[in-house]
Ligand binder design. Structure first.
Ligand code: 26M
Length: 834
């Protein structure tokens, strides 16, 4: 049974729902309703919800086709979607009906939701941002599609060994079947690798690329329902397949293994998500992933454009393509290849089109994270693209003039500045030479943006400074990141959502799409009864988390304590070390107190979670072993305990974030581009301990500096301090005696074999690139201020309320509308409103 959800699902009745679920049990699953387990019931419920989404999805795609508006495409190698069922029920406004229907069938909806595996096709912030932007695009009625890869294995599952080491296991997320995807075997494209490229004319004209390996890209569609709208967008994920089942020539020649091998190598392309954020380039398979995905996506985009019957020079009027970091930069030479070799356009005309279609978002200024590919590898895998990159290097136009010699133009504007030319070149000299993807993305795009005010300034004054001087600053902008309040408030914190609606007397469908409406909560901060309800919800969220930990890990968590949370990928620049060293410092101070004085200390529980790039996890080992020691210390365990929660995921974040009193965002100033979990904590009434970095700064601007615990050196000081570390090093014992004491305790074996941690503690004793020593005192003082503020619980709850109330700016709806207006030139196309 399929019914019109009509945005609010008003005419969906519970009888229809049970019928539809039972029908799926019997037909789609071929099972009997009387001996069904939770997994089966989940799958049937998911399929039934999917039917409803499909109605809206079809209508939306038909509507877009009829209206033929400009469309935007979000190219991202990562979409960290998490679970779908709860989100779909909420966006379709069908949750209460399904709850009743599932109950009538003898199941509990809450249990069924837990059966779903996360779609974890991402590493961290960049991938989750893409997922939030899809939710907002649909919710704001924008004609936006996502394009990505359908990895067979998502981000690895993290296990922690008894010694505290990270172990990685594969994430076979598709093993139970995925009810949310629609295979489209009829939508497929051939993608070539290797082979030869033969130029057909002098200069930078056409070429013929032949031979090599051809693989097939097959589309899988994932529906993206908007909130309180019928608009349902599409996320198209590509799977690689051999062009034929296997190599017939080898097969006929009796080489059966060889025949299967070539088909395996095609399937390998989309087999696994690379689990590094910020580093590791040069892997052949990763480059193949990038090209496979950009080539299939562009072919699909061009085919859709051609169906409009427009001339190719109108392409930029109908298509905007957002490059999520440099990962899809090959789309630039690929579109050049198509326009020149297949559409027979001349170079300048093609370049004009290309540079009006692409937009590029940078997500990091860490120099080691800037993507570069060895020229020999690129020449081998993509010979035609390497030619085009060399042609772009030689010939290009500026944003103000028509065709111009790129490097000559640079030279004209800045005569004789050889170093500048070398810095701006697409090719970095060296052995081997390397292609600089950020430079390519920058010159090939209409506009470039960073992801928070400070970060965008840093992009313009450091990594892309020369390009700002060349193109002018108007090509560069900022779009501060945002988060979807649907998942990160309504879904993860339903009690708070209800309290907000009943207090403001506004239906959630309104404030969830106009988050500035939360501002009116400020006036209720003075209301004692409201504060009590607010605090009670935080308390119940702590108990929900404690229950989760008890059932999954067997630990009993003290829910009367302050909850202090740091959850994010482990990385040196994020300084989880600063946090754990602070915990040890607190522990040593507690030990030094008399039992009577200890009783006055407010108890605190510290939570960590996060995955480390494989082979970078000494910090995890330290955290786990510190936890082992301090959680077992009878003198202190009532006042301080510590947990490392394994296998951090979107779903775990949804339980942790609503339970936090304090969260830590403590990167060295100038290193965290934005951060987005900082926004999620604040939206749920948790306060920040943070450095003056990324979006922390803008959060403080919105919620008031009195509600954020800032510490540490500012960005301009960082360079000077690093210089001092290099040329006038001061031993830690002098620079920061309390820190030296902590480090010595570690080396001395307080947390097991000190030798294991020597490499870790020595990064601080020597060089200390991320300035742990310089920020330690200030950090400890900030934590002391947290303790003091927490003693006045009334004031604390007021801070919490005022923080949530002032988070309107950080809705991803604001961010996506910013992209639509200032970058893509896109209009909302609501379904069913004309
Ligand atoms: C590189 C090589 C091989 C495999 C993967 C990568 C890679 C993957 C992800 C490189 C970078 C990746 O992401 C960078 C990232 O996540 N940046 C974060 O982006 C967030 C959203 O804008 C910001 O909030 C974070 O501050 C920023 O660190």
């Amino acid at each position: 049974t399929v019914w019109k959800t009509n945005m609010r699902g008003v005419d969906a009745d519970v009888g229809d729902i049970t019928k539809s679920v039972v029908n799926h049990v019997q037909t789609s699953l071929a099972r009997q309703a009387y001996n069904l387990d939770n997994l089966g019931a989940y799958q049937a419920a998911a399929l039934s919800v999917r039917d409803n989404m499909l109605v809206n999805w079809n209508e939306t795609q038909l509507h877009y086709t009829r209206k033929a508006p400009k469309r935007a495409y979000y190219l991202s190698l990562e979409f960290l979607m998490g679970r779908t069922l709860d989100n779909a029920l909420l966006n379709l406004d069908l949750k209460s009906q399904y709850k009743d229907g599932i109950n009538q069938l003898g199941f509990s909806l809450e249990d069924l939701l837990e059966e779903e595996r996360d779609a974890a096709l991402g590493n961290g912030g960049l991938g989750r941002l893409a997922a939030c932007y899809l939710d907002s695009s649909a919710s704001q009625d924008l004609p936006v599609w996502g394009y990505g890869l359908r990895y067979k294995y998502g981000i690895f599952q993290q296990l922690i060994s008894p010694e505290g080491n990270q172990l990685e296991a594969p994430d076979p997320w598709l093993d139970n079947q995925n009810p949310w995807e629609l295979p489209r075997i009829d939508v497929n494209y051939e993608v070539r690798f290797y082979g030869q490229s033969e130029r057909l004319s002098e200069g930078h004209g056409r070429a013929l690329w032949t031979g090599g390996q051809e693989v097939l890209a097959v589309a899988y569609d994932v529906m993206i329902p908007g909130c309180n709208t019928r608009n349902t967008n599409n996320l198209r994920l590509w799977e690689s397949k051999p062009k034929r089942g296997f190599d017939l020539n080898s097969f006929n020649a009796g080489n059966y293994e060889g025949a299967v091998e070539s088909s395996n190598s095609a399937a390998a392309i989309t087999s696994v998500l690379y689990p590094n954020d910020h580093t590791t380039f040069g892997k052949e398979l990763r480059l193949k992933q990038q090209y496979f995905w950009t080539a299939a996506s562009l072919a699909d985009i061009i085919r859709r454009f051609k169906n409009l019957g427009k001339s190719i020079n109108e392409f930029p009027d109908y298509v905007a393509i957002q490059l999520n970091d440099t990962h899809p930069t090959l789309a630039i030479p690929e579109l050049m290849r198509i326009l020149i070799d297949e559409e027979d356009l001349d170079w300048n005309f093609a370049w004009q089109i290309v540079t009006n279609v692409f937009f590029f978002t940078n997500h990091t200024v860490l120099p080691e994270a800037l993507e570069k590919w060895p020229v020999p590898l690129m020449e081998h895998i993509l010979p035609r693209h390497m030619q085009i990159i060399y042609d772009i290097k030689a010939v290009s136009n500026t944003n103000t003039f028509a065709a111009r010699i790129f490097l000559q133009a640079v030279e004209k504007k800045f005569p004789g500045d050889r170093e500048r030319l070398a810095r701006m070149s697409l090719i970095e000299e060296g052995f081997p030479k390397q292609v600089r993807m950020a430079n390519l993305a920058c010159i090939g795009s209409r506009r470039i943006n960073g992801v928070a005010e400070l970060h965008s300034k840093l992009v313009q004054t450091t990594i892309l400074k020369d390009f700002v001087e060349f193109f002018g600053v108007s090509k560069f902008g900022n779009v501060t990141n945002g988060i979807t309040p649907r998942r990160w408030l309504d879904q993860c914190n339903p009690e708070l959502s209800k309290l907000i609606s009943s207090t403001l007397k506004i239906d959630k469908s309104v404030w969830l799409k106009d988050l500035y409406k939360l501002k009116d909560l400020v006036k209720y901060a003075a209301d004692k009864g409201f504060r009590a309800e607010w605090a009670a919800i935080k308390q119940r969220n702590k108990e929900r988390l404690a229950h989760h930990i008890e059932t999954t890990l067997g630990f009993t968590v003290n829910t009367n304590a302050m909850f202090d949370v740091q959850i994010k990928r482990l990385h040196e620049y994020k300084r989880q070390t600063l946090n754990i060293l602070g915990v040890i410092h607190r522990y040593l101070e507690l030990k030094a107190l008399t039992p009577a004085l200890r009783k006055k200390v407010n108890p605190k529980v510290v939570f960590f979670a996060g995955k480390a790039a494989p082979a970078f996890f000494k910090t995890i080992r330290l955290i786990v072993n510190v936890a082992r020691v301090i959680n077992a210390d009878p003198e202190t365990k009532d006042y301080l305990s510590l947990y490392f929660l394994p296998d951090y995921s979107v779903s775990l974040a949804e339980v942790l974030i609503p339970a936090s009193d304090i969260s830590q965002h403590i990167s060295t100033a100038g290193t965290e581009a934005s951060g987005t979990s900082n926004m999620k904590f604040c939206l749920n009434g948790g306060l920040l301990v943070g450095t003056v970095d990324g979006a922390n700064i803008e959060i403080a601007e919105e919620v008031g500096e009195e509600n954020v615990f800032f510490f540490g050196h500012l960005t301009p000081a960082v360079e000077d301090l690093r210089y001092q570390h290099m040329y006038h090093p001061v031993p830690v014992d002098e620079a920061c005696p309390p820190l030296a004491n902590v480090l010595n305790q570690i080396s001395g074996g307080l947390f097991g074999d000190g030798g294991v941690y020597e490499p870790l503690v020595n990064t601080i004793r020597q060089g200390d690139y991320y300035l742990v020593t310089d920020d330690f005192d200030s950090y400890i003082r900030a934590l002391a201020m947290v303790d003091e503020a927490y003693l006045d619980r009334d004031e604390w709850v007021k801070k919490s309320i005022c923080t949530t109330a002032n988070m309107g700016k950080f809705s991803s709806d604001r961010a996506i509308m910013d992209y639509a207006q200032e970058y893509w030139n896109l209009e909302p196309i609501p379904v069913g409103k004309d």
